[in-house]
Ligand binder design. Structure first.
Ligand code: ADP
Ligand code: ZN
Length: 730
């Protein structure tokens, strides 16, 4: 027997694969995890190829320590997806492949730990556990939160005895049930089926179109349905028929917060179908299990956030991307992929249909639908009989010191007296966004982030930087002029909450933002309180605008949206519009009519006018015409090199060298001049960026491939840099 060599991709930041000796390797090992020595340490890699020869002298090669044969290899379509991703985003293949494994398996040693126990919440638990549990039961509360978010897993190791005792008590009270760990082919005995509503005409037509595609191979369908038009029902039925045909379905959602609610709906409506959730908030053990269930075909439906686009699914027949316009599909670190775009690539690889759903499709998707590359299906009315779209009105902003105008307060009062709910939306957490000295004009700023104002937070009475997390006690006197009378100016969610409490002392007010959901109250538990009618007024950031259905919510107040109108980012209007449509879409979803009041100094701004007419199509066409005239995406393709260094000069000099290297290739692309980033200094480092633009993706890709090699060879010194293809942040 001759020598055998294998090529292994490792999770290291270099654009090459590594050769090793593996005498027993065969072609069936392609896609398997291997443990190999690398720089004196064991590392996990993925075996990509087996061959009889190598370009490297055999005696210089090390041997593979172990081929992990007790696990399934990554399937060929995932290997192809990873290669596409590596080529398109110009990111090392080994680092892309690492994302195709759950974190637990990325480590070289997998301790065979004893079988952990897993529990899920029961309906009784959902209803009464939160109120029945004493406030001081800290471990109990924490476990309950985890249960409500999906499941609670307790490793069998020592030191977890207390948690296991509490869970056993939950089971005894009927609040939780143990669930089997090992993936079993039998479906979970789900709760009884909930009756499906009869589809309305538009839904029936949309579903028929999507189902007809099921046997026709790859096709992208844009499901453009207004908020509350019943898109979820379409996803559900399309999934049901794909599963009945023996297929698996991948459904992506933008937010972790949305998975428990959707998972619950799917479980209820599809009893007997095994649903696996995948998101970054899960324990690594739970994620590894979900991955295994997807990969073994045990889970028929995989529901997850962007990272789920890499889940192995041998029988994948349908891909759904809900809220396809959402910016959270784009990963903003490491491999900067867009899961919505990869979902389309994946469906193409698998020759299966993909449905992109939204009330406010991204202009990219909208453009593809307009030019016939994607098929478009519209759902123009709300699904609940009698529910109409809310009436949208603008109100003049209140005087500078107030946050809420008199008509808005009156509208809230009216809802209170009718026992209906109101929601106030303000995209700014904390108490007050600035500490100001009226004597000299001083504004408290972060010492590490140039120009970033510090936000005052009420609970711990500290000033915080929302960019880097720096915090400090507010100064007793102005550090510039000694004035003792410093003022907090502007409003954040906490101050609005306080304000509402003064106006409506009897109202039950709930604030939902990143601060309030960080503690033991999970988002899901809060949303449950709203649905149960235990809240009168909700105050929150964008966190609460997505996809939630609160039938008694009839008023939405929008505070301070104007600030987004001044943004330099060409996507700002598109984003603001989408956000306001989403938040407006929370009102009047049940039988009660909804109203949206927007406080603005610019009632004639096109964004607000289009919103009042609820006409996304017309607005999107205007924006597209503008983008075409100005040469912005989707009419051009862009990439960005971002660099950061202790000083701005270093960052700019590096980017200038990048641009020169690019121009030397005489490329069919435009290389702009490097510029400092919008907020230049963050966390003590200065940031700059260099934009490249081409008339087509193909032209851009050809250039990036050549340029990438040159960039990798440039001396970077103190500069950290990355390439972002299809950037969405400017
Ligand atoms: P979207 O995702 O389009 O915003 P949802 O799917 O959340 O809308 O649906 C909004 C509401 O309409 C939900 O409460 C859903 O149960 C209900 N619904 C959906 N389809 C129908 C139907 N055909 N008849 C009655 N109610 C429906
Ligand atoms: Zn800072």
């Amino acid at each position: 027997m001759g020598s055998r060599f294998v090529q292994v991709a490792l999770d290291v930041p270099v654009h090459s694969v590594f050769d090793y000796v593996a005498l027993d390797a065969t072609h069936t090992d392609i896609g398997r995890r291997v443990i190999v020595p690398f720089n004196g340490r064991p590392r996990t890699g993925i075996l990509l190829a087996v061959s009889e020869r190598t370009g490297i002298a055999a005696h210089k090669l090390k041997s593979v320590t172990r081929i992990v044969r007790e696990e399934d290899p990554l399937p060929p379509d995932i290997l192809r997806l990873a290669r596409f991703c590596s080529d398109y985003y110009h990111h090392p293949l080994g680092q892309v492949l690492a994302l195709c494994l759950p974190p637990l398996l990325r480590r070289p040693k997998l301790n065979a730990d004893p079988a952990p126990l897993s529990y899920c919440i029961t309906d009784m638990g959902r209803r009464i556990a939160a109120t029945a549990l004493p406030a001081r039961a800290r471990v109990g509360r924490r476990l309950l939160d985890r249960l409500q978010a999906g499941e609670a897993v307790v490793p069998a190791g020592a030191g977890r005895a207390h948690e296991r005792r509490v869970l056993a008590a939950f089971v005894a009270s009927g609040w939780a049930a143990a669930q089997p760990r090992a993936p079993s082919a039998t479906a979970a005995a789900g709760p009884p089926a909930v009756l499906a509503p009869a589809l309305n005409a538009g839904q029936a037509e949309a579903l028929a179109l999507i189902e007809a595609q099921q046997s026709q191979g790859f096709q992208v369908t844009l499901l453009h349905g207004i908020t509350g038009s019943g898109k979820t029902e379409i996803y559900l039925r399309a999934a049901q028929s794909a599963i009945a045909d023996g297929g698996q379905v991948l459904m992506l959602v933008p937010e972790i917060n949305l998975t428990p609610q959707l998972e619950h709906t799917f479980r209820q409506r599809l009893p007997g179908v095994r649903v696996s959730s995948v998101h970054s908030g899960m324990s690594s053990r739970a994620r590894a299990d979900a991955w295994a269930q997807a990969g073994q075909g045990v889970a028929s439906l995989v529901l997850g956030t962007r990272l789920a686009v890499f889940a192995p699914m041998p029988r994948l027949r349908l891909v759904v991307v809900d809220e396809e316009h959402d910016a959270s599909y784009k990963q903003q670190e490491g491999l900067r992929y867009c899961a919505r775009d990869l979902a389309v690539v994946r469906a193409r690889e698998r020759s299966c249909p993909v449905v992109l759903g939204s009330a406010t499709p991204s202009l990219e998707t909208f453009h593809h639908a307009a030019t016939g590359r994607y098929r478009k299906v519209r759902l123009p009315v709300r699904a609940v009989p009698g529910a109409g779209l809310p009436a949208v009105k603008t109100l003049p902003p209140p005087s500078a010191r107030e946050a809420l105008s008199a008509p808005l307060l009156a509208a809230i009062g009216q809802r209170l007296s009718r026992g209906e709910q109101s929601l106030l939306f303000i995209n700014r957490r904390g108490y007050a966004p600035a500490l100001y000295c009226p004597g000299c004009g001083y504004l408290a700023a972060c010492p590490r982030c140039g120009g970033a104002k510090l936000v005052y937070h009420l609970r711990d009475k500290r000033l915080r930087c929302h960019h880097c997390g720096w915090s400090a006690q507010p100064p007793g006197a102005c550090p510039q002029c000694g004035n003792l009378d410093l003022k907090l100016i502007g409003h954040g969610t906490q101050r609005i909450e306080e304000n509402l409490g003064q106006h409506f002392p009897a109202a039950r007010i709930l604030r939902i933002d990143r601060d309030s959901t960080r503690g033991r109250q999970t988002f899901e538990a809060m949303a449950a309180r709203v649905r149960a009618g235990a809240v009168d007024i909700l105050v929150g950031t964008q966190m609460l605008v997505k996809g939630h259905d609160f039938p008694r919510l009839t008023l939405v107040g929008v505070l301070n949206a104007d600030s987004a109108l001044y943004s330099a980012d060409f996507r700002a209007s598109e984003r603001l519009f989408a956000q306001l449509v989403q938040v407006a879409g929370r009102a009047g979803r049940g039988e009660l009519p909804g109203e949206v009041l927007i406080q603005t100094a610019f009632p004639d701004h096109p964004v607000y006018r289009a919103l009042a007419h609820q006409d996304y199509g017309a607005f999107a066409q205007t924006l597209l015409a503008e983008r075409k005239a100005l040469g912005f995406p989707p009419f051009v393709a862009q990439a960005m090199v971002r660099a950061e260094a202790p000083g701005i000069q270093e960052a700019l000099a590096f980017l200038t060298a990048c641009a020169e290297a690019g121009r030397a290739c005489d490329p069919p692309v435009t290389l702009y001049d490097p510029v400092p980033a919008q907020l230049t200094r963050i966390n003590g480092r200065d940031r700059a960026q260099l934009l490249v633009q081409a008339r087509s993706r193909r032209a851009l890709q050809l250039f990036l491939t050549r340029w990438g090699t040159l960039l990798a060879a440039l001396p970077a010194g103190n500069v950290r840099w990355h390439l972002d293809v299809d950037p969405i942040e400017f």
